[in-house]
Design a protein around this ligand. Structure first.
Ligand code: NAG
Ligand code: NAG
Ligand code: NAG
Ligand code: NAG
Ligand code: NAG
Ligand code: NAG
Ligand code: NAG
Length: 474
């Protein structure tokens, strides 16, 4: 299970894929200190950010600021259509800021991810970069004139919320979409994520889930002879043969990760983001698994699912199960390090509340693996202590939105904490659909959520402008 951190890392970022939209922006660099929290390392480096001012009211129009998460910033710009869709109406400037240690925002060039250099990769350092960038965008003014609205999805949603919480003097409000801010040790049962993955398959067809649950023992019992592994390799078009127990486990991890990913990106339209998939991919793959199947028939059906998942465009010669779910554009290794330090998100399977083989969460094992890889030990309580866990009573002007078909919703804030820290729940959507561009297939729930977002943003901008008016009168 060594891959676990890695697999979850990948699925967390597997956010946004869908419609191909061409957005225009300028690409810029901004110089930031390597270390915001100490004075002995005086190096600086550049983070990348993208800007569009087409609709901006330079007098006092808002700045829509995307707090970049674990990947190249262009990816998030391309898939966060909501910001682009509403920029004209709000006469907003759009900014997408890249997270340090991802994309081109590397403090030590291609050595940044080495153990000797990776230490300045933390959420707090990234937020401090964003704070300096916002200050610069306000012309270093003592009385900033542009209301800043933070946006983010997934880990980016956590950052958007934390940005408002830590820097309320710089950020007027935050839309935090599918942000698993509760997914820290002790806050939730560790089986929540996989329970939701499973229910997504139950919603498609309960027999589909039962077939998947049966498949693990069928696979393990089948691959005990060379003849059978050869058959399976041909049937499933695997790039590599299955030679030993490690390979079997790797294949099973790949399948599990595939089902998780399908649940997360179960969007109502075809996506071409990290991997091209049809609309409602869970329902689509379940068409192969809706009848009770056993033995080799079940294996043939799962081969069809694998083909849909890996080869929707018909361009993949074979299934590279050893590669893991490591899709382009995203930097899995950076996130893996974050998961090994402050972003400790316990996950387990029970085989009862979910359709997977039981696998406990074992922090000792996780710590040992992290130490081997990065020479660091995780601090399981660090994020809760720094960012407040579910005790956000003193926070304000944040909307946490979640879709209940999104496995990450289990770690989301699902009921409002106050008049200004609000939950928006969409019963029938996957991972932050509300941030994506408008689509004819959008369910009513996401349309309502977007209207609610716009209402809140308007309110935050009004409050900001009211404060400026009040100051002028003094
Ligand atoms: C950074 O610190 C070094 C000594 O550690 C010093 O030589 C150098 O001048 C400093 N650079 C800046 C820009 O402050
Ligand atoms: C790393 O960057 C240096 C300097 O830019 C370059 O000379 C070197 O070839 C790069 N190494 C790799 C493995 O890309
Ligand atoms: C090998 O597998 C094939 C197809 O599953 C089967 O027809 C054949 O009898 C098997 N041969 C042996 C020696 O088990
Ligand atoms: C299992 O086989 C793979 C090649 O398929 C090899 O790379 C790996 O070292 C083997 N593992 C063990 C534990 O024998
Ligand atoms: C599952 O799919 C099968 C085959 O299409 C169908 O007969 C059955 O009614 C479905 N079950 C549910 C609960 O939709
Ligand atoms: C992908 O589709 C192409 C075209 O149908 C086919 O030739 C190829 O074998 C498929 N690859 C996999 C892994 O299914
Ligand atoms: C957790 O992992 C450690 C280290 O690998 C191992 O010694 C221990 O037995 C595991 N605990 C459980 C409950 O599996």
């Amino acid at each position: 299970m060594l891959q676990y951190a890695h697999i979850y890392a990948c699925v967390l970022v597997l956010l946004l894929g869908n419609a191909v939209a061409e957005y225009k922006y300028e690409t810029k660099l901004f110089n930031v200190p390597l270390d915001h929290f100490g004075y002995q390392r005086n190096e600086t480096f550049n983070i990348k950010y993208l800007v569009n001012e087409d609709h901006w009211d330079r007098g006092d129009g808002p700045i829509f600021f995307y707090t970049g998460n674990e990947g190249q910033i262009e990816l998030f710009a391309k898939h966060t259509g909501f910001m682009w869709d509403i920029a004209e109406e709000f006469r907003a400037k759009i900014v997408f800021a890249e997270h340090r240690y991802y994309g081109a925002s590397m403090p030590f060039g291609n050595k940044s991810l080495d153990n000797d250099h990776i230490g300045y990769l933390t959420a707090a350092q990234a937020l401090a970069d964003y704070a300096e960038l916002v200050n610069f965008l306000q012309d270093n003014s003592l009385k900033p004139r542009y209301p800043v609205i933070a946006f983010g999805g997934s880990y980016g949603g956590m950052l958007a919320a934390y940005f408002r919480m830590k820097y309320p003097h710089l950020v007027a409000g935050a839309i935090a979409a599918s942000a698993p801010v509760h997914m820290f040790p002790g806050m939730l049962p560790c089986n929540v994520y996989h329970r939701i993955v499973t229910s997504s398959f139950v919603v498609a067809n309960i027999t589909c889930k039962e077939n998947i649950r049966q498949s693990w023992s069928v696979i393990r019992n089948f691959v005990t002879t060379k003849n059978n592994t050869d058959w399976l390799r041909t049937q499933w078009k695997l790039c590599d043969p299955i030679k030993n127990a490690t390979d079997v486990q790797t294949l099973i991890d790949f399948l599990q990760s595939m089902y998780e990913t399908l649940a997360m990106v179960n969007y109502p339209f075809a996506t071409d983001f990290l991997l091209p998939l049809p609309a409602y991919p869970v329902r689509t793959v379940c068409q192969y698994l809706n009848q009770k199947l056993t033995g080799q028939k079940l294996l043939v059906a799962i081969g069809n699912v694998l083909e849909m998942f890996t080869n929707y465009t018909g361009k993949s010669p074979c299934v590279d199960y050893k590669k893991g779910n490591d899709y382009g554009n995203l930097d899995a290794s950076g996130w893996d390090y974050q998961a090994c330090t402050e972003m400790v998100m316990p996950m387990c399977t029970t085989g009862e509340s979910d359709m997977f083989e039981p696998s406990p969460w074992n922090i000792t094992k996780v710590s040992e693996d992290c130490h081997k890889k990065y020479n660091v030990y995780p601090r399981p309580d660090a994020a809760r202590l720094e960012y407040g866990g579910d005790r956000l009573f003193a926070a304000s002007n944040i909307v946490f939105s979640n879709g209940l078909l999104d496995p990450w919703a289990g770690g989301g804030l699902l009921s409002s904490i106050s008049d200004t820290v609000k939950a928006v729940v969409m019963i029938d959507t996957a991972h932050h659909l509300d941030l994506m561009p408008e689509n004819p297939n959008d369910p009513e729930s996401v349309k309502i959520a977007r209207r609610e977002h716009k209402r809140n943003i308007r309110q935050w901008i009004r409050e900001f402008q009211q404060q400026r008016e009040n100051e002028k009168k003094l």
